[in-house]
Write a protein that binds this ligand. Structure first.
Ligand SMILES: Cc1cc2nc3c(=O)[nH]c(=O)nc-3n(C[C@H](O)[C@H](O)[C@H](O)COP(=O)(O)OP(=O)(O)OC[C@H]3O[C@@H](n4cnc5c(N)ncnc54)[C@H](O)[C@@H]3O)c2cc1C
Ligand code: FES
Length: 276
């Protein structure tokens, strides 16, 4: 894998929600679930390269699912078919599938890497870290995902096709009412889950890790930190002394719970430690 951006053409655009789109980008890379890319958009206002999880992959393409929050993510949502971006990846480590009965837990745009994991576990694509060669070969997976409302239900079709999926919405407009964490204990116990994989907003991940620990279920969590270089050089992404872009973004929940940083502190753009 080269650390230099390669041009990648936009092949397909899917509207997921008013401020979220999935883009298929022409690429020959073969990512593992949990990997991310650094993306650069040739736009005057959005000069930064930003980290984005790989949400899907197939013959000759990878997908990213992007929520507009600032200049670069907005520039990505403005891209049209045939436009080109600069892409470096796949970067970072990946989920290591260990259990026999596993639960995939996602919130908001954190569902992106969970979606690729679900699709890989279903045997839709080959996956080294999932140890699956085809349908029915891997562990039994199910998903528990949360959205603010039905209108924000991104990547749900692919997820539901890949494994039994329970949806939770904050306003109760789709599936169960409440937060993912309100229903997690039940999902772990009633399905006899022996391993979980999670990604989402950090306050949610803190609760997920605590609830699962109390239920005696280990897990792996994909974390976000500020990433300037994405290549292990600048140190902006430190989390308990590890680089989120190289040793992460996927960490064992046990390690995160015994560390200092989960839900407590992160480096800001000036290199200062800040609260959550
Ligand atoms: C490993 C990883 C995977 C990610 N995957 C996705 C994804 O699949 N889909 C998605 O929509 N977003 C994802 N993000 C978050 C995405 O990188 C930020 O939303 C993006 O960098 C914001 O850039 P901006 O210019 O649009 O907004 P900005 O104005 O730069 O920032 C808006 C907010 O985004 C956060 N942010 C800014 N720069 C970074 C950065 N370099 N790294 C991390 N956070 C930043 C800050 O908290 C800031 O408040 C991921 C982040 C990481 C670290
Ligand atoms: S982003 Fe620079 S070391 Fe991780």
């Amino acid at each position: 894998m080269a650390f230099r951006p390669e041009p990648a053409e936009v092949l397909r655009i899917i509207d997921e929600a008013p401020d979220v789109r999935t883009l298929h980008l022409r690429s020959r890379i073969e990512p593992e679930p949990g990997n991310f890319v650094m993306l650069w958009v040739p736009d005057g206002d959005a000069s930064d390269e930003i980290p984005l999880s790989i949400s899907d992959a197939g013959e000759g393409y990878i997908a990213i699912t992007v929520k507009a929050v600032g200049p670069t993510t907005n520039a990505i949502l403005d891209l049209a078919m045939g436009d080109k971006v600069g892409m470096t990846g796949p970067l970072g480590n990946s989920f290591e599938v260990k259990g026999k009965r596993i639960l995939l837990v996602g919130g908001g745009v954190g569902i992106a890497p969970i979606h690729l994991l679900a699709r890989s576990l279903s045997g839709d694509r080959s996956c080294t870290s999932c140890q699956t060669d085809g349908p029915g070969d891997g562990p039994e997976a199910r998903a528990l995902v949360g959205y603010p409302s039905e209108g924000a239900a991104m990547l749900l079709e692919g997820l539901s096709r890949a494994c039994p999926t329970t949806v939770v919405t904050e306003d109760g407009s789709l599936g169960l009412h409440g937060l993912v964490t309100d229903h997690l204990h039940d999902a772990l116990i009633s399905n006899e889950i022996d391993m979980y994989y999670a990604c989402g907003p950090e306050p949610m991940l803190v609760k997920v890790a605590e609830i699962a620990e109390k239920a005696g279920v280990p897990g792996q969590i994909s974390m976000e930190r500020l990433m300037w270089c994405g290549r292990g050089v600048c140190g902006s992404c430190l989390l308990d002394g590890q680089r989120t872009c190289r040793e992460g973004p996927v960490f064992d929940s046990e390690r995160l719970l015994s560390g200092e940083d989960l839900g407590r502190r992160r480096l800001d753009e000036y290199g200062r430690w800040r609260g959550p």
